[in-house]
Design a binder for this molecule. Structure first.
Ligand SMILES: C[S@@+](CC[C@H](N)C(=O)[O-])C[C@H]1O[C@@H](n2cnc3c(N)ncnc32)[C@H](O)[C@@H]1O
Length: 254
């Protein structure tokens, strides 16, 4: 049953349109008319709700990825979910992990990291720009994950990460190779560093710096996801899709 404050995924009946609304937040505007989200409070999962334009939606509990995709605000280029979950795997992150991240940006990746380290772990997340941090706070609050994140305004190239000891470090920032010296100081032996790079030049500099600093087990991976139409009689790849995002470079502190 939905309760006030839950996120609901609304699937238009018979069509591909979907959106996410917050239960009990009054009228929510969609391209199919207004939804009375108060009417969802107390309704069972799977209930049908009708918009002000008479369009019917099936309401299901939204996943963390539904909320990130439909409701997070963007103030810097964000990591796509396909890359975020692969970063989690590459860094060996799980419940209880202690992770440092730079930069926070809009907190898309931070939310995914926090989702995986909870309920015992923590994500220390750094950004040198206040305006991005404000967006991240708003996004993390929206999904109830702020308690698992320690945010700090800090230039990690100039000032490092402070006195931390972490299991993994994730870098999605300009010139991450310049932060690797500080990463080494906080990473426990055997811990993982993961760098997200969007260009070949960026990737080459990161790999070179990892080798120079003695990191081991360096690996470069790219996550390619091809979406297909799920309409019977039209089962084929989507015509338009995201083609390139970036490379995930991972290494261990030896
Ligand atoms: C591409 S965005 C990160 C997006 C984030 N991973 C997400 O999924 O929302 C890069 C961020 O790195 C921050 N940044 C760049 N250089 C930095 C530095 N030296 N120290 C800390 N943060 C830095 C920028 O301010 C920016 O917010």
């Amino acid at each position: 049953m939905f309760k006030k404050g839950d996120w609901a995924l609304l699937l238009e009946e018979g069509r591909a349109y979907k959106t996410v609304v917050r239960v009990g937040s009054g009228k929510a505007q969609t391209i199919r008319g207004f939804i009375d989200t108060d009417a969802l409070a107390g309704a069972p999962h799977g209930a049908v709700i009708t918009s002000s334009l008479g369009v019917k939606f099936k309401a299901l509990p939204a996943s963390i990825f539904d909320v990130i995709e439909h409701r997070f605000k963007l103030s810097a280029q964000a990591i796509y979910p396909k890359d975020a979950v692969h970063i989690v795997k590459a860094a060996g992150i799980g419940p209880g992990s202690v992770v440092a991240e730079a930069g926070t940006g809009s907190g898309f990746l931070t939310a995914v990291l926090a989702w995986y380290v909870k309920p015992w772990g923590v994500v220390y997340s750094f950004d040198n720009r206040t305006e991005h941090m404000k967006t991240a706070v708003r996004n993390l609050e929206a999904v109830g994950l702020l308690n698992y994140v320690e945010l700090q305004i800090r230039d990690v190239v100039k000032s490092g990460f402070g006195a931390l000891r972490v299991d993994a470090v994730v870098l999605d920032m300009g010139e991450p190779w310049k932060a690797l010296e500080h990463v080494y100081e906080i990473l426990r032996p055997g811990g993982s560093v993961v760098i997200f790079s969007t260009t070949v030049e960026h990737m080459a500099k990161s790999v070179e710096a990892l080798k120079k600093r003695g990191y081991v087990n360096i690996s470069i991976e790219e996550v390619l996801v091809r979406r297909w139409k799920s309409i019977l009689g039209e089962l084929r790849p989507e015509t338009f899709d995201v083609t390139h995002t970036g490379w995930i470079i991972s290494a261990r502190r030896g």
